[in-house]
Write a protein that binds this ligand. Structure first.
Ligand SMILES: *Cc1c(COP(=O)(O)O)cnc(C)c1O
Ligand SMILES: [Zn+2]
Length: 422
């Protein structure tokens, strides 16, 4: 069966599983599988065109306990499991009754992607990019990053025995610098913001033939890794789709691919194609997609980011227009919250569910609360929140807000006295 687009281009010599060609999202022009990301005719973004074979619930359930259980739906070699990798995926889906009660949502789930090897959802996209890059003949794994991608690229390259080149804005949180540097690849702190770093990466990708920039020249493959979040939510709910899902938005790739994952599962007959609404979450200090949604535009006005949610601080989001499409098509919305609300969101999730999320998770929880208050989210519909990164990476965000209840001498009398005041 063929999804996305009819494949018209002759098949390539690469073994990239069910992937058959690269297809332009804007004009539909197709080219053979390669490390290309822009359409040669119209410069639109390229996406994978597939020819899927038979995929059943049983064949997926018999697969490994990682994203590779979905390999027959991804642009990776059929031998992907035989290569060392960081094996992300199959993170826990938590029934979040206490958070649901606090927010006023009857039936709430939290997809906790902090459980991946480097503690964010980026391990999914990097694993797919590395597998495709190996098949395409690359030998160095690279990226421009707002933090989590840097961790995931450096770790995956280390485990695969590859060199890595990671570019970060020099203002990044120290935790994210150290948790990248420890893998001992090349780490370049660039004097500029993420959008500057991204431009630099695009230049370097053109100059170095053997450098695979996961989110630049192999972006079409990388992006498909986010589908596994959608697949897992559907499988873990017992092979069905939720009615609402809230997704944090940086470049917007993840949101569009979660939507694509749901659609593919529906058209492959793996789930009933029941209706669902996709919601986007941003920090006010970097909310170009939310602004376009509110203004009714189908284009994005780039912004200069200023928010503690640095992992979402992409001022010129490549997939912004496609986020707007997915959200409007499914009847969702895009909301945004202040940095204070982000911290409250982190603390609310921690105190109700025992999950410590990074700032992006705070954005998701706080935006959910706001969209409920605005009547855009339905409190009676089954809802999933994507928690995409670990709070240990962004301790600075909560540092001034929390601490010990009291500091006491080591006597029970002192403890009694301290607790009396509570
Ligand atoms: C990168 C990232 C996202 C969003 O990714 P996009 O696909 O660029 O929208 C969300 N959460 C965390 C923690 C991230 O690191
Ligand atoms: Zn095109």
């Amino acid at each position: 069966m063929t999804l996305l687009a009819d494949v018209t281009t002759p098949t390539s010599t690469f073994d990239l599983g069910p992937a058959r060609a690269l297809s332009c999202r804007e004009c539909g022009h197709q080219i053979p599988l390669a490390a290309e990301f822009a359409c040669p005719q119209c410069f639109g973004p390229l996406e994978i065109a597939y020819e899927f074979g038979d995929v059943t619930r049983a064949s997926i359930e018999a697969g490994p306990r990682s994203i590779w259980r979905y390999r027959s739906l991804l642009p990776v070699p059929s031998t992907v499991q035989e290569h060392p990798n960081t094996e992300p995926g199959l993170t826990r889906l938590i029934k979040a009754d206490r958070l649901g009660a606090a927010l006023g949502i009857r039936n709430l789930w939290v997809k906790d992607d902090t459980g991946n090897p480097t503690h964010s959802f980026k391990d999914r996209v990097v694993a797919v990019a590395l597998a495709a890059a190996r098949e395409l003949g690359f030998t160095v794994l690279c990226c421009p990053s707002t933090g989590n991608l840097a961790n995931a690229v450096a770790a995956a390259a280390a485990r695969a025995g590859w060199d890595s080149v990671v570019l970060i804005p020099k203002s990044l949180e120290q935790a994210k610098v150290l948790t990248t540097a420890v893998y001992d690849g090349t780490l370049l702190a660039v004097d500029g913001n993420y959008d500057d770093v991204n431009r630099l990466a695009t230049e370097l990708a053109a100059e170095h033939e053997d450098w695979a920039f996961v989110n630049v020249n192999v972006r079409p493959y990388y992006a498909e890794g986010s589908k596994t979040l959608g697949y897992e939510v559907a499988e873990q709910l017992g092979w069905r789709l939720p009615e609402q899902i809230v997704v944090p938005v940086a470049s917007g790739s993840q949101l569009t691919k979660v939507d694509k994952g749901f659609q593919e599962f529906g058209s492959l007959g793996l789930v009933e194609p029941t209706p669902y609404a996709v919601f986007g979450a941003q920090a006010t200090g970097c909310s170009p997609v939310a602004k376009a949604f509110d203004d009714g535009h189908d284009w994005i006005q780039p912004v200069r980011p200023d928010t503690i949610a640095r992992s979402l601080a992409i001022g010129n989001p490549a997939d912004g227009p496609y986020v707007l499409d997915a959200v409007r098509r499914t009847g969702g919305a895009v909301g945004h919250v202040s940095d204070e609300e982000v911290v409250e969101g982190i603390r609310l999730l921690a105190r109700t569910e025992g999950v410590f999320a990074e700032t992006a998770g705070g954005v998701t929880v706080a935006t959910t609360r706001k969209l409920l208050a605005e009547g855009k989210l339905d409190p009676d519909a089954e809802t999933v929140l994507l928690i995409t990164g670990d709070g240990l990476k962004t301790l600075d965000a909560v540092a001034g807000h929390i601490g010990p209840t009291a500091t006491v001498p080591s006597t029970s009398a002192a403890v009694r006295e301290a607790l009396a005041g509570r």
